[in-house]
Structure formats: C-alpha cells, structure tokens
Design a protein around this ligand. Sequence first.
Ligand code: NAD
Length: 290
Amino acid sequence: MKVGFIGLGNMGAPMAANLAKAGHLVTGFDIAAPCPEGVTPAASAPEAAAGQNVVITMLPNGDILRAVAAEIIPAMERSAVFLDCSTVDVDSARAVAREAEAAGLLPLDAPVSGGVGGAQAGTLTFMAGGSDEGFARVEPLLDVMGQKAVHCGASGAGQAAKICNNMILGVTMIATCEAFALADKLGLDRRKMYDVVSTSSGYSWTMNAYTPAPGIGAKSPADNDYQPGFSAELMLKDLRLSQQAAQAVDADTPMGEAATALYERFVEHEGGRGKDFSAMLPRFERRGRG
Ligand code: NAD
C-alpha cells in the first residue's frame, strides 16, 4: 500500500520503518525528527498525505492532531483511510473523525499499547474506533505494526479503550509499589513477597510482567535504574485524559482521580520527570505516611 506517515518520534519512526520493511511504500514527515531507513521524506504534512491509500498520524496530543488534520484532510485522496494512532482526548478524536468523514475519508482512531519496545518489535496492540470498512482496509498494516488489533466500535471507541486500560495500569502500578514499600517496612523479603503475590490473587500485569522492584520478577525498567520504558509523564498524560473524559460523561472514578494526583505530584514536584512510571516504588520507599 501507499502510506503517508506523519509524526516520526519514538513510536512513529519504528512503526513507519516496519511498514517499509514489509514492502509498503512509505512517505514520512515530521517537523523535527528525521525519516527512518526505508521511508521517503516529504517536505510537508500535506505532501506526505497526498495520493496515499492510508495516512497514519502518531502525534503528541489532541491539539496537534487537530492542527495536522486541518492541513492534511484537504490534500488526501477521497476514500483514503486517515488512521490516527496517537493517544488523544476522545473529543479531539471524534472532531477529527467528523471532519475527515465530511471530506469523504475513512477515519479511524487506533491508539496503541506496548510502548517503544512494542513499536520496534512490531508487537503493539491497537484499539480502533471507526467504520468496519476502514478497519478492514488497514488490517494488513496493523498486522505488520502489531500483534493484535481490536475493533472497539465507532469513532472515539479506540481512545476510550486506551484511557480505561491505562487508568487501570496507573492505579495498579501504584497499588503494587505501595505494597512493596509496605512489605519492606514489615521486614518481608521482596523476593518472598513477589513469589506469593505473583501466584496469588494480588497478581497483575504490573507485578508479574513489569515488576517494579529491581532484580526481582520480570525484567523491567527497574533493572535499568528506572530509565523509561513508559515514562511517568506519559502515564500522567493518559491519567489526565481519563479524568477529562470521566468529567465529560459524569463517571465516578475515585481511584483514577487519586492516581492522577499522585503521578502529578511525582512528575512535577518529586523528581519523577524522565523516570519510568514504575519509579513510584523508590518514591514510596522514601516516604512515610505524612
Ligand atoms: P514523540 O514526542 O517521540 O513523537 C511525536 C513526534 O511528533 C515528534 O517527533 C514531533 O516532532 C512530531 N510532531 C509534533 N508536531 C508535529 C507536526 N505538526 N507535524 C509533524 N510532526 C509533528 O512521542 P511518542 O513517544 O512517539 O508518542 C506519540 C504518541 O503515541 C503520543 O500520543 C503518545 O501518548 C502515544 N504513545 C506513546 C507511547 C510510548 O511509550 N512512547 C506508548 C503508547 C502511546
């Protein structure tokens, strides 16, 4: 397929490179980052978008997505697919989809889970919102970039699934870290704690697959001085999106709210910026109840 790829950062560059490696004709554009190997550089976003079967965006936030969409929608071929893989607020996803649809395009919001490692290895999970036809058209591309793609429903459903998943992830990471720090203070060996919890009802992805304690359980950023991985800032971004969405639909999410407040404090006042989101564990180690 002919693919335009806009936003070639930590995630976009390896995703675009994997598509090119699989034999697709990929043209890329980014305001700052260089094109990865195999991707033909374009001089602007509209140039990257013109004449393509599918245009993929992988951008930092909803405002930037809206701005790029306004530039590229008029340049795109009618009935092309506009596949946005960024994590953005549900309102921006739906607004961009409405504009794309009005221009005769097939919009899909398809944020990803799996991080930079998943993008490089082509093992991302996609959660998509949009039409059946649009989803079917991009499935061969999703198969290259990921290991699983779930069509969650209409426009916005992909972003809804993403923020619900990541709200669970943020809350669970905090629960896992505070339990490790409590175990320390109770004199319980971390390895024993891991052996019990990872095979008991407290098990979770954060405990079993992303263990936040160095040298214990799954290999994770904790074993590399908490270099991200998935940064605390990105977790805070997703938690804020979850709370923005909860507010918009009057959903009661007290644990999500508490997790947002904790990550906000961690990133803005407690040295969490630039650290993996599992660095909550040393944060809890340092603190008492006050
Ligand atoms: P990044 O900052 O590394 O990449 C974003 C890229 O967009 C940058 O290279 C930037 O120059 C480019 N850009 C910004 N404005 C642009 C414009 N107007 N035109 C063209 N390019 C523009 O971020 P990332 O880590 O690649 O994340 C991208 C998206 O994926 C975000 O929405 C993020 O929340 C989501 N995401 C990231 C991860 C992760 O682990 N990094 C995991 C899942 C989802």
